[in-house]
Ligand binder design. Structure first.
Ligand code: ADP
Length: 228
């Protein structure tokens, strides 16, 4: 069993068949340790979202191995994958995907209730996270009443509410101004380090990428180290 939080070996993914097939990943390999924040920087269309979907068990690769917490995921049923996602993985999307009818705190409470936590414990934890994100005073507001940066911070609180071992963030600061991007990144990296989780953050922001523990790129379907 490996000590890595996440380990990808020879991962292959393509879309379509025959001459029209798009080969996105052609034997990608990556290992992420506990407490490690890895920045993924690559041009649009290189396969960042594909890679994150595969790491997040949202998509099955056509070939290769994905192991999470030392457990191979290839033979897991859809139900087992869903449970693993629920307990071990937090996903932050580029567009926050918050539920518009619910307040910020309710959005953070919900995944905890699904995971079986009591209402009171879930609320306490949510408030704590919103405070860490610097938006405790916005807890009762609905997403539409929040700025882009505030919405994204709620999304990070939601993704990390169940203390996932692995956080996957797909350009979480893509639509934010530099100062807000900075705050969102700082909040995310603080949560990762506090919980000794691991994180892959896909970003176009080189300043933020440089502050990760390591930078990787996707070049011709392979993952390679990168220096910026
Ligand atoms: P990035 O996130 O780096 O912009 P993506 O992973 O979204 O890249 O996409 C990589 C390539 O795979 C693109 O050419 C994209 O059009 C293609 N692609 C991604 N998902 C699908 C899909 N479900 N069906 C067909 N093609 C896809």
């Amino acid at each position: 069993m490996s000590d890595f939080l996440l380990e990808l070996k020879d991962v292959r993914q393509s879309y379509g068949d025959g001459d029209g097939a798009v080969h996105v990943l052609k034997g990608a390999g990556l290992a992420v340790s506990r407490g490690e924040l890895v920045a993924l920087v690559a041009p649009s269309g290189a396969g960042k979202s594909t890679l994150l979907h595969i790491c997040g068990l949202l998509e099955r690769p056509r070939g290769g191995e994905v192991a999470i917490l030392g457990q191979s995921t290839a033979r897991l049923s859809d139900r087992q994958r869903t449970l693993m996602r629920r307990h071990s993985i937090g996903y932050v999307y580029q567009f926050h995907h918050l539920l518009p009818e619910f307040s910020a705190i309710e959005n953070v409470v919900m995944p905890q209730l699904i995971a079986g936590k009591s209402d009171r414990a879930a609320k306490e934890r949510s408030m704590e996270l919103l405070e860490v994100m610097g938006i405790g005073h916005r807890a009762e507001h609905r997403p539409a009443e929040l700025s882009g940066g505030e919405q994204q911070r709620v999304a990070i609180a939601r993704a990390t509410a169940n203390n996932p071992s692995l956080v996957l963030a797909d350009e979480p600061t893509g639509n934010l101004d530099p100062a807000t991007s900075e705050r969102v990144f700082a909040a995310l990296s603080q949560l990762i380090r506090e919980h000794d989780a691991g994180c892959i953050i896909a970003t176009h922001n080189h300043d933020l990428a440089r502050r990760a523990d390591r930078i990787v790129t996707i070049a011709d379907g392979h993952i390679e180290p990168m220096t910026l």
